[in-house]
Design a protein around this ligand. Structure first.
Ligand SMILES: [Zn+2]
Length: 392
């Protein structure tokens, strides 16, 4: 009897060790891969241009994984030390809070959720197990904690914060800024007041949908492909009022049209490719992209094959060149989707290879600077609320 109990206890401990200790890093490493490749060669010209550019990226899901963003890791695509090594100045860190089982680009329903199991396995606080809002709030807390011990990393809450970080960068080139964003607005859980709570937690970018239709409207990968709901309209109006940037990545085309019709504030598509360059159910029409750009919006070009068809630095450069050609050099930025369960051909340390590829593709220095970060920095300087304007 005692032996049976001992064996059972041993098995239980082994199972727990597997669930909590082994599984999360394995899942992370397996889902956020960098394809093996020869080291990229970067010319002195590209190195110098890269170093002189405040590099910016509109989308990374790093906060989802059981990795302290302040410490360097060997798995996944990025963390603050690796971003620094790659010359990154401004990174939007996006909170993933609910994803369906069997996630695909065509059609998903909201019935299942893989993040609950991940939250349990990664030993997230109990409050996150049953609350999607708490998952967003916890991920914000993780970035604030990373910033607390690092004088060279600031979480940006206002235009003045970004100006100060830019100023600091002239004295210390490794200065970094992070902006918090949500991947979809299901963390609101139908409560408009949650926008104010997330704003107070530091969120300055909010996606409307992720892989499934939610209370705000249709996902590009949902069942209905419908536009904004009445609640969705109220939510966008509240984001406008607070100065939160609306991100229409993953939104159904009807949602994008409704948002463009109801607001004058420019929106972003934080991580995407172009339908006319790489036909994919993940990319919205060029016509709609044109209207986003015309309204002063910003389009972040992704680093994975589903959106750019070829994920090599040359392939990403090709997508960027297409975007500049169609939508203008002021509308295009980077939207890596680092750590977003995608396979890439470069990690954060290898970003100079993209500057090299853009120069080789024939872009001039001004265009490279804009795409690699200048446009995103200007966009946030223009759209972030000033300190004095922040009233909840
Ligand atoms: Zn995404």
């Amino acid at each position: 009897m005692t032996w049976t109990i001992r064996i059972l206890a041993g098995l239980l401990i082994a199972a727990l060790a597997l669930f909590y200790g082994v599984l999360p890093p394995r899942v992370d490493a397996g889902m956020n891969r960098v394809e093996p490749h020869e080291p990229y060669s970067v010319s002195a010209h590209a190195e110098a241009l890269h170093a002189a550019t405040p590099v910016a990226d509109l989308h990374a899901d790093t906060l989802l994984w059981m990795r302290d963003p302040a410490r360097r890791h060997a798995r996944g695509h990025t963390d603050i030390p690796r971003l620094r090594e790659g010359g990154m100045f401004l990174q939007v860190f996006t909170a993933v809070t609910k994803t369906p089982a069997g996630q695909n680009y065509e059609e998903n329903d909201a019935g299942s959720d893989r993040i609950t199991l991940l939250a349990l396995a990664q030993r997230w606080p109990r409050r996150t197990w049953g609350s999607i809002e708490e998952r967003a709030r916890y991920q914000a807390q993780r970035l604030h904690e990373a910033a607390a011990d690092d004088k060279g990393f600031a979480v940006i809450l206002s235009r003045e914060d970004l100006e100060a970080a830019l100023e600091a960068r002239s004295a210390r080139p490794d200065m970094m800024a992070g902006i918090l964003g949500t991947e979809g607005s299901h963390p609101l859980e139908g409560d408009l007041a949650a926008i104010g709570r997330l704003f107070a937690d530091g969120y300055r970018v909010m996606g409307l949908q992720h892989f499934f239709d939610n209370a705000l409207g249709g996902s590009l990968h949902g069942e209905a492909k419908s536009g904004l709901t009445a609640f969705g309209r109220e939510a966008v109006a509240e984001m406008d009022r607070l100065g939160i940037v609306v991100d229409v990545a993953h939104s159904a085309e009807a949602v994008v049209e409704d948002v463009l019709a109801m607001t004058d504030r420019p929106v972003i598509v934080s991580h995407t490719g172009f339908q006319g360059h790489c036909p994919s159910p993940r990319n919205i029409s060029d016509e709609l992209m044109g209207r986003i750009a015309e309204a002063g919006g910003l389009i972040g070009v992704g680093f994975w094959a589903d959106v750019v068809c070829d994920a090599s630095p040359e392939g990403i450069a090709d997508a960027i060149a297409y975007g500049i050609d169609r939508f203008g050099e002021d509308a295009i930025a980077l939207g890596s989707d680092f750590d977003g369960t995608v396979t890439t051909r470069l990690d954060a340390t290898e970003l100079p290879a993209l500057t090299e590829a853009l120069l080789r593709r024939g872009l001039n220095e001004r265009q490279v600077r804009k795409v690699m970060g200048g446009n995103a920095v200007r966009f946030f300087l223009d759209t972030l609320p000033g300190k004095a304007e922040q009233t909840l």
